[in-house]
Design a protein around this ligand. Structure first.
Ligand code: FMN
Ligand code: SF4
Length: 500
């Protein structure tokens, strides 16, 4: 992975965004379920010219790579599966959870992961909600959000006998450019800086959408207040979200933003540093984690043939962890970011990349793209390989950090074998599960118990859980989760897809 401008981009196919796209247009992507043997899986990787670490034999039990615990100064985490934050846009308008939210958190508890990264994105204040049904943390919603944690932990205790090795955090967010606090279909963007492509998509025409320095100072206070509340209701850590194009992430690429929150690395990370300082002062003892998009690309759009193409040519200067080419990676700054986290006493990191809004094929590789998106410009395995390689590079440079990797669900049958090899080789500490926990919540428990995988429950990356909320529908695994299968919303979604 490129760490300095001197390294040859063409040396690695994962870096060569544009040329890779040209190749992929004429390629068909074999289904993962057809790659039945270790040899077939590896042959496909070879064909693509990529590397994905994979073990042929899957181990089980508490001494296995995925079953072993991780000892930390802040306590033991009982295995190497992490449930990634997964929202369902199914809260009440006042920010409280509903039965659907509770069901999801219960599933997180019974799944078997010992690290619960945030549950789901919870807005620190109303204007930062990604959807009018996103959870919101304040004094009015506090006891209900506490009951989510308790439900998760009680369920976990019932299934696994203890919660002493379970770490549960809460993800705190402001949706920034992608805020829709009042109407599911109406963006009310609050941005870090003007963007040549994303402004047009969101209808931003004036600088008034930009957060002023004073407003960001206030927002820092709101994050700190939310963290204090999260600690009060028993969460062991908060994630100060810096990913997926939401505000924290966008500020990291505010290279041409003037003032104290833009320009230099120091300024672009000021928001994080101030939130952390505030939490240390107001909520001593509360651990802090950061979920960060460790690299980004330009936004993509549908090309003439429906396949995604970059919306912006090089030079592209708005990608944190980008190399300026619009579709290349430079991990020098993300590595510096890890150093900063260490200085701030943070060693819990969840790595992810890009944004589901403007380059979903890198963020959540999928066989079937979100219906409001573009056809994947590369075999989704390339996207999986890219995230694993970038995470491994940062882990190698910062071995003291506990790092969760993301973007594994597309691997389907091969997810446990890949996860095992990644953890065995120390290329990440945890295998994060996103979509897979919606369709197959207890995959971690099955893998650690050495049970055969429930093939019918494997997420096939249909992406139905992605566009639903953008069309005002709750999110869930409509094709595979029996509970969602029978819902009227499934039909509604099908109609919407037909019209796209
Ligand atoms: C329906 C849905 C909801 C999600 N909600 C969140 C969220 O609340 N916070 C977050 O950081 N990521 C969220 N993500 C991203 C996932 O955590 C994860 O990064 C992504 O799905 C890739 O991992 P996977 O391949 O295991 O699915 C969501 C993804 C989906 C599909
Ligand atoms: S709807 Fe279900 S099968 Fe489709 S991507 Fe989401 S979790 Fe996977």
């Amino acid at each position: 992975m490129r760490l300095s401008k001197k390294v040859d981009r063409d040396a690695c196919p994962l870096m060569v965004g544009r040329s890779l796209i040209v190749i992929q247009k004429i390629m068909k992507f074999p289904k993962i379920s057809n790659l039945k043997t270790f040899e077939q899986f590896n042959a496909r990787l070879q064909e693509l010219g990529i590397e994905i670490p994979v073990d042929e034999i899957l181990e089980s039990g508490e001494d296995s790579p995925l079953g072993q615990s991780l000892e930390r100064d802040d306590g033991r985490i009982g295995n190497r599966f992490c449930t990634l934050p997964m929202e369902g846009w199914d809260g009440e308008l006042d920010g409280k959870p509903t039965e659907l939210t509770r069901r999801r958190w219960k599933n997180f508890g019974l799944g078997g992961s010992k690290l619960i990264w945030g549950g789901e994105a919870v807005a620190v204040r109303h204007d930062g909600r990604a959807n009018p049904n996103q959870l919101l943390i304040n004094n009015g919603t506090l006891s209900e959000i506490e009951s989510l944690r308790k439900l998760l932990e009680n369920t976990h205790e019932e299934h696994f006998g203890t919660t002493s090795d379970l770490l549960v955090g809460l993800q705190l967010t402001h949706s920034g450019r992608f805020a829709r606090p009042n109407d599911k279909k109406f963006l009310e963007p609050r941005i870090g800086y003007r963007h040549p492509v994303l402004d047009q998509r969101a209808g931003v025409t004036e600088d008034s959408a930009i957060f002023s320095d004073g407003e960001l100072d206030e927002l820092v206070e709101d994050f700190v207040k939310a963290a204090v509340l999260a600690q009060k209701i028993g969460f062991k850590f908060v994630d100060v979200k810096h990913c997926h194009g939401y505000l924290g992430h966008e500020l990291l690429s505010g290279f041409d933003r003037p003032g104290k929150y833009g320009g230099s690395f120091e300024n672009r990370t000021r928001f994080l540093r101030e939130v952390v300082a505030g939490i240390r002062a107001e909520a001593p003892g509360l651990e802090i984690g950061v979920r960060v998009s460790i690299f980004d690309y330009t936004p993509f759009e549908k090309g003439e043939d429906g396949i995604g193409v970059p919306s912006h040519e090089a030079p592209y200067e708005y990608a944190f962890g980008g190399d300026g080419s619009a579709t290349g990676i430079d991990l020098a700054e993300p590595s510096k970011f890890m150093e900063l986290l260490k200085e701030l006493g943070i060693n819990l990191v969840c790595s992810t990349c890009g944004s589901p809004y403007y380059n979903p094929h890198i963020q959540r590789p999928a066989a079937f793209p979100p219906s409001d998106g573009y056809q994947p410009p590369e075999d989704p395995l390339v996207g999986v390989a890219r995230q694993i390689a970038a995470t491994a590079e940062l882990k190698k440079l910062h071995p003291e950090m506990a790092i969760v990797g993301s973007g594994y669900s597309y691997l389907q049958e091969w997810l446990p074998n890949v996860g095992q090899k990644v953890v065995r080789d120390g290329n990440a500490d945890f295998v994060g599960l996103g979509r897979m926990v919606l369709s197959y919540p207890d995959m971690p428990a099955d893998v650690i118990a050495g049970k055969e995988l429930g093939r019918k429950k494997l997420c096939r990356t249909s992406s139905d859980c992605t566009p639903a909320p953008r069309n005002g529908i709750i999110s869930g695994c409509f094709p595979l989760d029996p509970f969602y299968k029978d819902m009227p919303e499934r039909k509604e979604l099908a109609e919407i897809k037909k019209g796209m």
